[in-house]
Structures are given as C-alpha cells and as structure tokens.
Design a protein. Sequence first.
Lengths: 370, 378
Amino acid sequence: MGLIQFNNEQKLIQNEIRKFATAEIEPVADEIEKNGIFPSDIIKKLSDLGFLSLITPEQYDGSELDTTSVCIVIEELSKVCASVGAILVVNTYFIAFPLIKYGRESQKDTFLTRISKGEIGGFICESDIESPDEKIKIKKQDSSYIISGNREFVLNGEAANFFLFPVTLSNGKGIYLLARERFGQGLVKQNVLGLRASGISSLQFKDLELKAEDLLIPVEQGTTIYADMRDYANIGFSAVLIGIAQAALDVSVRYSKERVQFGRPICKFPMVQEMLAEMKVKIEAGRHLVYAAAAKCDQAENYALASKAARLFCNELAVFAGDRAVQIHGGYGYLRDYPVERYLRDAKALQVLEATQFMLKSDIAGELLQ
Amino acid sequence: MILEQRHHEFRAKVKQFADEEVAPRAKDLDCKSEFPSDLVKRMGELGLLGVFIPEKYGGSGLDTLCYAIAVEEVGRVCGSTGISLAAHSSLAVAPIHFAGNEEQKQKWLIPLVRGEKIGSFGLTEPNAGSDASATRTTAKFVGDQYVINGSKCFITSGHVADVIIFTATKDPSLGYPGISAFVVEKGTPGYALGKEEDKLGLRGSITSELIFEDCKIPKENLIGEEGDGFKVFMKTLDGGRISIGALALGIAQGALDYSIQFARTAVRNNKPLYKNQSIQSMIAEMGTEIEAARLLIYQAAMLKDAGEPFTKEAAMAKYYASRIGMKTTKAAIEIHGMLGLTKKYPVERFMRDEKLMEIGEGTSEIQKIVIAREILGR
C-alpha cells in the first residue's frame, strides 16, 4: 500500500520467509502453542537460512539486514506463529543489537558467531514495577556484585544459552552478559497466557557473582542503552502485532464467507462487515506506523518517538483484532480447535511484554515535552 | 444502589461461601479443567440452585434479584463455577418450573433444585447458532413416544447432566412453529455424549456435544404443548441473559478487586502504583462501568420480579455488562503488567472467562438486534 515501498531485495525476503512460514511453521503452530513447546527445529531451520542472525554484520556470519527487512521477516513469521516472531525480536534487539553496538571485540567474536550458528540469547526483564513477587538483594564485593533473588520473566529463557541481565545498582544500570551455566537449575518455564511457545521462564538465583568482566554495558550508559534497545524492540514487537492482527483478519474474512446463519453467509450482515472494515483500517494504519519507524532507523533519523507510537497503536490494534476475530467466530472462536483464541491471547501477552500502554503513553509524552 | 436488607443479608451469605469454599479452588479448576461436582452439591445444600423456586419444590422462595446476586458473587471468584450455577438454574431449573406440568416438576425440578441432579439445556446445533430456527434435530411421534435424531453442541454441563431439556423439530422446513421442547434423561438408549470441548476459558466448566440416534423418549417428556419450543426457549433465554449479565458483572468485579489490591502493593518510580494518575484513571473507569452494569442487571431482575416486560432491559444488561467486563478484565492485566500473564494472579483467567459472556446465550450482535427491535418496534 502507498507509502510503504519495499525494494527488490526486501520483496525477495518477504517472498522467501512467507514460503518458509507456510511450509514449515503453519502445520505445527497450533500444536507447539497448545503444548508450550519451544520450536527448536524451526529456529534451527531459520538459522540455516540466515534468518536468525538478522542484523549481525557479515564478518560474524550474519545477514546484516536493515530494520525494514527485519520487520518484514518478523511480520510474516508472526502471521503463522507469534511465538516465533517474538523469539526473533528478543534475539535480535535485546541480544544481538547491544552486542553489535557496544560489545567488546572478544564478546562480539564469541557471541555473535554463536548466534550465527543457531544459538539464541535470552533477556532477563527488569520490570519497571516493583512488586512483592520480585525481590533482589545486592552486595558489593571488591569489583564484583553478589546478588540473590528472583526475576519473573526471562524472554527466550527455556532455550537460550546466554543471557543479558540488566541490574539496577546504586550508581546506575549495569547490563551483564552471562552464560546459562551460571544460573544452574534456576530457570523454570512460566505458565503464561500467550506466546506460550516462546519459552518465557522465571529465574531464581542465590549468591550469583556478577564480575566486572561479565559487564556488557557499563553502569554509566546502562539506562540510555536499555532505552535504545527497547525502542528497537518496540518496532520488532509491533511487527509481531501486525502479523497477529493480519492473521486474525484473514481467517475472519474466510470464516464469515463460509458460515451461514439466517439463510446467508454472515459476511452479508452489516455488523460483521463493520468489524472486518475496522480491523482492516487499523491494520493498515498500524503497518504504516511500523514501517515508518523502521525507515527512520534505516535512514539514521531519530526513532525514539516513532517506535513507541508504533508499539502503542499496534498493542491496541492486535488485541482488538484478536477479540473481534473471536467474536466473528462466535462459539467456535472460543474453542482451542480454532486459531483465533490464540491470536487474542498472544496479542494480550505482547501488550504488556516489557512495556505497558500507560508507560508507553507517559514515555511518548516525555518525548513530546522534551 | 439501595437494596433491601434481605438482599444485603443474602449477598453476605453467598459471599462467605464464595470466598471460603470456591475461591481457594478456582485456580485449580481452571488449570486442571476440573468440573466442581462437590461445589455444585454444596450450592444445592445452600439453596443456591433454586434461589427463585418456591419452597414447595425445595427452592429458597426468593426473587430474581437474589439469584442475580448469587451468580455475581460466585462469578467474582470463579467463572467456571458461576457458569455452571447459571446454566443449571436459568436453563434447566427455570424452564421446567415455568413450562413444566406438576408431574414433571415433581420428577425433575425437586432433585435439580436440591443438587441431587445436574441440569442442562440443549438448543444450539452446528448450523443453528444465533439462528435457532435452523434447528435440524428431529422429533417424530411414533406409537406413544418421540423418536429423536440429531445433535447439539456448545452444551454447558452436557457431559455431567442428568436431566437435559432440549429442542427438536417435527419438520425442519417449518422453522420456529415446528420446534418443541423435551426432556431427555442421562442413560436413555440412543442418547450419547459427543466431544467435550477444549476452550479458551471457563475451563472448569463442561461444554459438550450431545448426540441423538433413534433415541426414544416417552410423550410425558414433552415440555408444554407441541410447537411450544420457540416460546419456551425465548423465555428461557430472556431470564438467562440476566444471569449471564450477572456473571459478567461478577467477573469484572473480581478483576477490579485484584487490580486495587495489586496497585496498593506494587511500586513504580518509588511511588505506590495506585498513586499514579493513569492507574487511577483506569480504576475509576472500571469502577464506574461496573456500577452502571450492576444497575442495568438489577433493574432487569426487578422488572422480572414485578411481572413487567424485561426483554429489552435483560438484553441491555447482558450486552453492556459483557462489553465492559472485557474492557475491565483487559485493563486488569494492564495494571498487573507482565505478572498479569501468569497463574500467580487470576486476572488472565478472568479475561479468558469473560470473553464467553459476549458470545454465550446470544452474542452481543444478537443482543443489539433484540434491543433495537424493542426500541424501534417491530
């Protein structure tokens, strides 16, 4: 549509990933989601095609794609399985991105190459909200910190081999890079509403030593860089949300033409048509916000506001689309035999993942008032 | 809303049962997809299965408003137990009471009200959802009995029901006038249970397919006269809407209660979350809309008790309560943030449970058609 113009390379990527998603993911999407199975086989195949190390420079065997291309890949994957899309967003923007931009040469060499070989990284979320559910005790010991406590959300936690771990210290936010072994048996899969195949886990740790050499991002820069990672991730998550919403619309259009009530297909009823129209218009608006934000990244313009705006809008849109898709399917939409209830759950899970609506609004206002 | 003392007292009684006996079970019922047979029995003992049924049939002899309060209070802690209560009372107990003859009441109503038997209502079919006139299940009168063939789907409590009131037509081409209502009892030859559905929410309640294959039922099982089916189910659904509205309200209230509790204990930027104006704004909207829904539901219940027409008000109550219920349960997850996605808090369960309220016993779209027809005239 109109303003979104993909170049030939981007069109080729879209074609290729669409074929992959249909052939390799679609047949198993319901199954892995229902049983909460992390899609290791799919990740392996994506890696073989160069779709795991999306933004990694070629010198570390990556595909070095621009942000627009990344969004294309994420959107197409998320149309068939949002969990796969979310795994890639985390791996790309919470792991590879800070490594590429801020890692020491030795860290890049090791970890970016490992990603290119098919390994994934995990991100240990630090919630903006302190609740009694998460408690961390930090003790300084020479140049190290000894920490004990728990974190409720580790993205990609089930399958990741190494983790980025932001920790708020007395003098700022340090972001550590730690191998899985450091956590022992502390990682446990979470039973969550949506994105059930993405391996979201909780983490317990006791007397874990954070050494100076584990630090990827020093405390002086931690807060700023974390915000930058989130801005990029917001664009990626928005692409996941567009994928979910588009899938919800596609299946609703199909079903409304097949389902007959009161002697005609339900697509003939204005109330159903209204829902389809509203979904379509919102999806197009959301897609423009996503690709506008991606274009700003690619043209090295300031993307801080555009990325948050895209996320805010797409969060709302995908939950709306998932909900309307269930409504159009009526009783059948409520059954797990149909994919639409999954769209609603996945969209709602993404809506609060790493950022919630009221926080995004407050951050957007912050950008405006600067 | 100013209620009578007896309504407050009744609410306190149900609230105690809900908080002490249902709430501790709710998470497990959902996670393990377990039907709470024992809680249904307890509700029978407490008189909750026949709130509006006269004492001579074992009921509590109270009014529809009390019934709505009962469903609301149980739904506040557990949607699955709430829907099981609502389906049993509104869809099985109620039609046998208002349309059954004395013999049928003695035979079925009394054990249903006591909780000795579980009741269910079979209206929906694969091709007759919103459009019940498309009923294909047939009832042929042969000798002195009816022979039933066909199937029903989305039947709440189907697999555990002992007494099932259902609709069938003597000729599918006749539309509504061909439809009659019957009772089939569990164990009747030719009556079989189909698939048990795996659902988004209300996972502690049962949703079933029912199958009839040359199922012979005695003519005494006809409810009302032949051709009364449409009348019976329309009246049943009118009353059912009040209870689904009340359940939507209860779930929304539960989501608000947990959100308030969370906002009091959680901290953001060194300030308790409840002091954040955006959170206050969400809570204010939730509280206001819940109160408005409550007024609509109680109004519909009071009209029914007064013997006034209440079709429009019941449809409005269900439509509005389920709509704001979805908004409220979604906002509750937002307030809890990512923690709202886990089983540590019930808010994601509330959202999954609440979604059915916009679908079951007439979708929101059907409610709007009913409301518009009542407002605009036919």
